[in-house]
Design a protein around this ligand. Sequence first.
Ligand SMILES: [Zn+2]
Length: 496
Amino acid sequence: MEMPANTVKNDIEDFLKDTGFEATIGLEVHCELKTATKLWCSCKNSFGNEPNTLVCPVCLGLPGSLPVLNKRAVEYAIRIGLALNCTVQNSIFHRKNYFYPDMPKDFQISQYDIPINADGYVTLPDGGSVGIVRAHIEEDTGKSTHFSASGRIHESSATLIDYNRAGIPLVEIVSAPDITSSEMAKAYVTELRNIIVATGATDGKMEEGSMRVDANVSVKRIQDSELGTRCEIKNLNSLRSLGKAINYEIKRQVDNILSGQKVVQQTRHFNEDLNQTVTLRTKEEAEDYRYFPEPDLVPLNPGAAWIEQIKAEMPPLLIERRRMVQDLMRETQEIDQLQSAIAILVDLNLDSVFKQTVGIGANPTIALKRLTNEAANAVEAARNLNPEQFAKLIQLETDNKISTTQSKTILSKMLENPDKTLDILISELNIVSFGEAETTALVEQLIKDKPDEFERFKQGDDKVTQFFIGQIMRLSKGQANGKLVTEILMKKRNQF
Ligand SMILES: [Zn+2]
């Protein structure tokens, strides 16, 4: 029987507890760099073009062609390293030798024992931490399309190869095996993605394949000190697949051991439709690749001065941008409950408009809520909001001159009509201000009209409050501010 999705997590946790096992997970994340051209040649780095139109002798691996390293790719790799708290070091390139049709040179230029970035970490939103072993530069391969229902090679009648992707610069980020569950893996990939996208080096689009995740999963009995045999699940291209593949793999390996079999070191593929991992090939060891230093490239020594310059010119790190928003909200009582909204604000790139709006004097909590809820549906327009007009709108709401509902209505119009001022929008929408004076007048009229109900209200019948609010909303055609109505009613009760 299919389990409902929200029970799966506890399901695996309970399963591990019952069987006395624990899982160890390390992730390898490949991300394409947003350079204009490829890593070794001047072919365009672009997604979604006619197959085999962005190619040249270098990225087709034709004899006699030589690679020339793309400086911007190195800069982006260094940005990623710095953002992941790595040591940026002198490094060299290696040839990783294997035959595959989508790799025309029969080797991939990568980095092996001396990567450009080493020994970093990512701090997770819950305070946990995942070590980064390395983040190295390598080239992408071409793309094979197998013609079969499953899209897999051994059932296909033909395979087409598109070399447009061959030679696109990648950074491969290898985590330490610090991850213990599928939930933690998803939290890590989400945070990692946000961090590296904020550096401007990559767009992190999993659905377009510009970010791909391989998961190394092993299990062991809790009391054992040695790690179990691991299996690598290749090319997970969504957080959902990542979570499901890890959970499946944990259960498969524990079941294997409990039934007296051994876990065999393998590379596996996650079949989305069957919701299970299947064998791709028995795992190669590093020595199978016959790594040797790339003779056509000199060692990569970026130099301290250039690294400093890259650091100085880098867009602010995600963590710094969150801190800046937190600083602007330090007077706010409920800041602890607003942390996830702050993260969303920064991920949506709305922190700049937030900063300007609050800088003019707008209430930061209201600005944050509007930007991460209503404005998040029109994020492009929201980034271009006029901070002065937006701040004025928030001020009206803060002063109880308009209700929250009215404020949201105006904001959605403001996003659709960036050239119209707040005053024009208010008159076009027929927004009537029900401030303290207008609302008090309405309440007093109602008390006069409904003396019996008001008597009951005074005696403490709170149900009548709802009745009064309903009446006022009707009289104001839905434009009165419910909170203000309640306040004034309470005041009146104490007066009479
Ligand atoms: Zn090329």
